[in-house]
Design a protein around this ligand. Structure first.
Ligand SMILES: NC(=O)c1ccc[n+]([C@@H]2O[C@H](COP(=O)([O-])OP(=O)(O)OC[C@H]3O[C@@H](n4cnc5c(N)ncnc54)[C@H](O)[C@@H]3O)[C@@H](O)[C@H]2O)c1
Length: 255
């Protein structure tokens, strides 16, 4: 039977790879993005998120087998508050907005986190504001911080939000898991490599990937397919690192 999935950020990179894999096996995919999507929505705004949720609800009347919150911006995006809005608040709002549709089919939700989430140097007050849902305050604070805090901080909070909400989702019959990709060859990473400040540091950091190279988007999509699949029916509240071994190298004793 044809399955129906929805995702944000399916027009490019990792999201596009997942969309192609799902479509290749005959599944229906509803994509929300700024362009090249079934639902055009700017997820940085509350109105855009509402438009996205209303659009998905209209297109997926029988419910969703899965939802992936994949839209994201790199640490070099400007203003920094855009990263806060898209990477954290849009992910949480869209997941909350479609959970009942996913519950209809006892489906699965994947939040796209990052292996940068546990990196040191993050401002705790910013992360607390995100988790408290204080968007205006978090956006104001991030403008006084930096791209690392905006990006890794948003992913740190999204990881914690995923863990904190998995039990409640499970009670609704929905599995909520996070995926933590490492550096992956996508337009997002190209933008970081091209940045005067972060480019060289990121290239240097990428040299410690145990696998020996960056991921390709399909490597991340394959792991997402597992989290969405009934094969993962007992997996809930997990954060799956798909990063060529980088997190294990940096934090061998933390799990
Ligand atoms: N590429 C990596 O190395 C890497 C590593 C860890 C995590 N991630 C995460 O994976 C996800 C996908 O990243 P990617 O590398 O494929 O990036 P990408 O830039 O190729 O794709 C991101 C997508 O998000 C969409 N998007 C951005 N802002 C939006 C907005 N305001 N409204 C609607 N859509 C918007 C873009 O249009 C784009 O299609 C992101 O959440 C990213 O943070 C990526």
């Amino acid at each position: 039977m044809t399955k129906t999935y929805a995702m944000t950020g399916g027009a490019s990179g990792i999201g596009a790879a997942l969309k192609e894999s799902l479509q290749a096996r005959g599944d229906r995919v509803i994509v929300v993005d700024l362009k090249n999507a079934d639902i055009i929505a700017d997820l940085s705004t509350v109105e855009g998120r509402q438009h996205a949720i209303a659009g998905i609800t209209e297109l997926a009347t029988d419910g969703l087998d899965g939802f992936v919150a994949c839209a994201g911006l790199p640490p070099v995006a400007e203003p920094l508050s855009l990263i806060t809005q898209v990477n954290y608040f849009a992910a949480v709002a869209t997941i909350e907005g479609v959970v009942d549709l996913v519950a209809k089919k006892n489906g699965a939700i994947v939040s796209v986190c990052s292996n940068s989430a546990p990196l040191p140097g993050l401002n705790e007050e910013h992360i607390e504001l995100l988790l408290a849902g204080k968007e205006a305050e978090a956006c104001a604070l991030i403008e006084t911080l930096d791209g690392h805090n905006a990006y890794a901080g948003s992913k740190n909070a999204l990881t914690k939000w995923t863990r904190r909400n998995a039990a409640e989702m499970m009670r609704k019959g929905v599995r909520l898991n996070g995926i933590a990709p490492g550096m992956t060859r996508t337009p997002l990473t190209d933008k970081v490599f091209a940045d005067e400040t972060l480019g060289d540091a990121t290239r240097e950091f990428s040299k410690c990937i145990s696998y020996g190279d960056l991921a390709t988007p399909d490597m991340i999509a394959d792991a997402m397919l597992f989290l969405l699949d009934p094969a993962a029916r007992y997996v809930s509240g997990s954060i799956l690192f798909v990063d060529g071994g980088q997190d294990a190298l940096l934090r061998p004793d933390q799990f």
